[in-house]
Every structure is written in structure tokens, then in C-alpha cells.
Ligand binder design. Structure first.
Ligand SMILES: CC(C)(COP(=O)(O)OP(=O)(O)OC[C@H]1O[C@@H](n2cnc3c(N)ncnc32)[C@H](O)[C@@H]1OP(=O)(O)O)[C@@H](O)C(=O)NCCC(=O)NCCS
Length: 183
């Protein structure tokens, strides 16, 4: 396990994070999708940049980022958002009042070193501190789905062929106290 610091997002992190998301999202899509992902990567990077702005504009209330840093370099991200359109849509409104943990991305060269788990623990501590007991997490990436199943158990909802034929979307809804120590 490497010795990282977990810190809240600040304004001066933005340009480094733009580069961070370009690198991690491109690497993730390359490994998860056969081809034709360039436009998706671009859109996803834009979405992540919007989330960062939402965090800074709302002082962490509408979106709450926690970053992992190694010697001052950002190597991982996680965020909590109290509302999530995709989860509301996929669950036909069943989970509309649930917040979502997401944007869990670790720089490729630092994956599988405990950084994602440490960030998850930190964001679940934050959720507990604002008296939220349950959260949702969703993933359409097959490699990541295996990681989440290991940590959160089987998903509550699977939307078959949501992204394309053979690319399902998984949604978990879990109690913080039941899973926090898995990370
Ligand atoms: C998925 C991701 C966030 C995990 O973070 P990480 O820092 O690499 O993971 P950690 O080192 O904290 O956790 C490693 C644990 O997960 C397990 N694991 C990692 N990848 C796995 C996989 N593909 N299948 C099953 N288990 C996996 C390891 O065995 C280890 O288990 P242990 O804690 O019981 O020893 C990270 O790899 C990542 O950024 N991936 C690319 C982006 C992505 O897909 N993000 C998720 C979007 S939903």
C-alpha cells in the first residue's frame, strides 16, 4: 500500500484534473470498449469537469470530491452527489432520492495499490458525517463491475444491453455501515 493523502477539491486542482480525467478515461475506455470510444471519452471528460464546477460552486453540497495525492500529485478521485439522473432513469424512479458515489478513477499506473479502497472509505466516512445511511453506485464497465461485486456484493439492478449489446449497466444500493469496512 502506498502512502497517499486524501484531500478535498480546491480551485487550483482544476487544470491538473482536466489532464487526469483525459488520461484515466482514455485508458479505461481503451481497456473496456473495442473501438469508437474517442467521442465518449471527450463527453465524459466534459461531464467530470461540470461535476468539479458544481462542487466548487456549491461548496461541496451538490457534489463532493475527495482526491488522493501522492507527493502532491493527484492520482485518484471519488465524488458523492445527492442526486443522480442516470440512476433515477435506470431504476424507473425507484432510487430517485438516493445519492450516488461515483467518479472513482485512479491513474493507470497506481491501480491495484489500495488507492481506490482508501478513497471509498473516505467518501463513505463523509456520507456518514452528513447522516446519510444508504447510497447508490452504478457502473457500465465490465472490469470495474468485478471490483464492485467483490466490494459491494451482487448489484440490486442490472439493465441489460444498456450501453450496447453485451454492455449492461449495474446499479448497487447499499447501506454505508454494511460495506464501509470492505474498503
Ligand atoms: C476500479 C478502481 C477504481 C479500483 O481502484 P484500485 O485502487 O485499483 O483498487 P484497490 O487497489 O483499492 O483494490 C484492490 C482490490 O480490488 C480487487 N480488484 C481490483 N480489480 C479487480 C477486478 N477487475 N476484479 C476483481 N477484483 C478486483 C483486488 O483484488 C483487491 O482486493 P482486496 O482489497 O481484497 O485485496 C481502479 O482500478 C480504476 O480506476 N479503474 C479504472 C477506472 C474505472 O473503471 N473506475 C470505476 C468506474 S465505475
Amino acid at each position: 500500500m502506498i502512502d497517499i493523502k486524501v484531500e478535498r477539491l480546491i480551485e487550483s486542482n482544476i487544470s491538473e484534473l482536466h489532464n487526469f480525467f483525459q488520461v484515466t478515461l482514455l485508458d479505461t475506455f481503451k481497456r473496456e470498449v473495442d473501438s469508437g470510444y474517442e467521442e465518449d471519452v471527450k463527453e465524459e471528460v466534459e461531464t467530470k469537469m461540470k461535476y468539479l464546477k458544481e462542487d466548487l460552486d456549491s461548496n461541496g453540497e451538490l457534489c463532493h470530491f475527495i482526491l488522493a495525492k501522492l507527493n502532491n500529485k493527484i492520482i485518484g478521485t471519488v465524488c458523492y452527489r445527492p442526486y443522480d439522473n442516470l440512476i433515477t432513469k435506470c431504476s424507473n424512479g425507484k432510487y430517485k432520492d438516493e445519492g450516488a458515489v461515483g467518479t472513482v478513477y485512479i491513474l493507470p499506473e497506481y491501480q491495484n495499490m489500495g488507492v481506490g479502497s482508501k478513497l471509498m472509505h473516505a467518501i463513505l466516512d463523509y456520507i456518514k458525517s452528513i447522516n446519510i445511511e444508504t447510497f447508490c453506485l452504478d457502473s457500465g464497465f465490465k472490469i470495474a463491475q468485478k471490483f464492485w461485486i467483490k466490494k459491494l456484493g451482487e448489484p440490486q439492478l442490472i439493465v441489460k444491453d444498456f450501453w450496447d449489446i453485451g454492455y449492461d449497466h449495474y446499479i448497487w444500493r447499499v447501506e454505508v455501515k454494511k460495506v464501509i469496512n470492505n474498503f
